[in-house]
Ligand binder design. Structure first.
Ligand code: FAS
Ligand code: PHB
Length: 389
């Protein structure tokens, strides 16, 4: 079997790349380890940068997002009893779109169904071969049979636990990592959001986030111990803890209800360099992870896809390899800025188990400066709505 591109991973990175390529007549096959239902069952990102929305438009998959997505012109940061609103329109000239990653992935799968792309689900033993030559191929098992696909390029879109990054020799690859000493316990509830914009709250009890998916589906998070378990958190305990961490007026008016999803996500910052190895290109979580505080995980996957798509498009148009040759450096330049912003927001708003009284004074001074400085608010707004590709 032969395809021009083998995409490993049927999450948002792989699917968005596949759809953009298909629109250019470039043939890409997607190999996904899980079932489609399992992929669609994941509750992850909720905030999309305009760059992501533009890519979905270019892929021809933005209709429902434009109908159902909610534009947000700002967000609230609160630290104990101090609050500051960051005005995206004023400081960065554009909004963000609230639209869940689950819906993005659903839209991309439905578009793939309609346009006839080949996707293998429940693949196993995916192995990459010949990346350093000009005839790479991928072997895997599917439906109990061994398969091989020859290709021109491999896109490793298989997330943090995938096989692609680990296929780059340790002697070539350098990993950078910070693991945070806490996690996020997330709850989805069919209740109206407590506020029309997101609230990032930091209290002496820890961080909390009030988010949403639509006007009757709310997404809330509280910082929890890295060793915590979902079983330790009844709904009642979650709502009580959330109320104690968010601003009093929000705690007063919040509408609670049964959780329809409850999970704990670990927090880490991670980058692997380079993001290319011969004919293999890494995209999204396969190459980098951010703590979700800055809402950058899915959005930094999108900028990788943008760079790789344009590199491949130029190659197949007239053999030009400039975009492919500059892919890793260009993607990493933006990834590191996103890593910094996500690390900065996480360090500012979370309470670290070992933090000193001085550390807390630094957080308080940062929030005070943010409240008083238009320049500081502009810097936050520009990073949050998305740095240019
Ligand atoms: P993904 O991990 O989404 O997709 C990779 C796909 O590859 C998966 O479907 C996997 O099954 C498949 N795969 C893995 N190994 C394979 C193999 N060997 N062969 C074939 N397929 C394989 N980001 C935010 O911006 N905000 C958030 O609130 C947020 N919350 C998150 C919560 C959790 C628990 C996690 C893990 C991440 C969260 N993220 C969040 C980040 C998340 O949105 C990612 O950035 C996004 O899923 C990246 O998409 P992909 O790069 O496609 O990776
Ligand atoms: C979410 O809605 O899941 C969400 C929003 C903003 C973040 C992280 C998660 O920073």
């Amino acid at each position: 079997m032969r395809h021009q591109i083998v995409i490993i991973g049927g999450g948002p990175s792989g699917l968005l790349l596949a759809q953009l390529l298909l629109k250019q007549g470039i043939d890409a096959v997607v190999l996904e380890r899980q079932t489609r239902a399992h992929v669609l069952g994941r509750i992850r990102a909720g905030v999309l940068e305009m760059g992501f929305v533009d890519l979905m438009r270019e892929a021809g998959v933005a209709d429902r997002m434009e109908r159902e997505g909610i534009l947000h012109d700002g967000t609230i940061l609160s630290y104990n009893d101090r609050e500051v609103r960051i005005d995206f329109r004023k400081h960065a000239g554009r909004p963000v779109t609230i639209y869940g990653q689950t819906e993005v992935t659903r839209d991309l799968y439905e578009a793939r169904d309609a346009t006839g792309g080949t996707t293998y689900f429940e693949v196993a033993d995916v192995t990459l071969h010949g990346m350093e030559g000009d005839a790479p191929y991928v072997t895997f098992r599917h439906d109990g049979k061994d398969k091989r696909i020859d290709c021109d390029f491999i896109a490793g879109c298989d997330g943090f636990h995938g096989v692609s990054r680990k296929s780059i020799p340790d002697s070539v690859r350098k990993d950078y990592e910070r693991v945070y000493p806490f996690g996020w316990l997330g709850v989805l509830s069919e209740t109206p959001p407590v506020n029309h914009e997101l609230i990032y709250a930091s209290s002496d009890r820890g961080f909390a986030l009030c988010s949403m998916r639509n006007m009757n589906l709310s997404r809330y998070y509280v910082q929890c111990s890295a060793e915590d378990r979902v079983e330790n958190w009844s709904d009642a305990r979650f709502w009580e803890e959330l109320r104690r961490r968010i601003p009093p007026d929000a705690a007063e008016r919040i509408v609670t209800g049964p959780s329809i999803e409850k999970s704990i996500a670990p927090l880490r910052s991670f980058v692997t360099e380079p993001m290319r190895f011969g004919r293999l290109f890494l995209c999204g979580d396969a190459a980098h992870i951010v703590p979700p505080t800055g809402a950058k995980g899915l959005n930094s996957a999108a900028s990788d896809v943008y760079y790789l798509f344009h590199g491949l498009k130029a190659f197949y148009a007239d053999g030009n390899t400039d975009g492919l040759d500059s892919y890793s450096q260009k993607a990493l330049d933006r990834v590191w800025k996103v890593e910094r912003f996500s690390w900065w927001m996480t360090s500012l708003l979370h309470r670290f188990p070992d933090q000193s009284a001085f550390d807390q004074k630094m957080q308080e001074a940062e929030i005070a400066f943010l409240s008083e400085s238009e320049a500081a608010q502009e810097a936050l707004a520009r990073n949050y709505v998305g740095l240019p590709y």
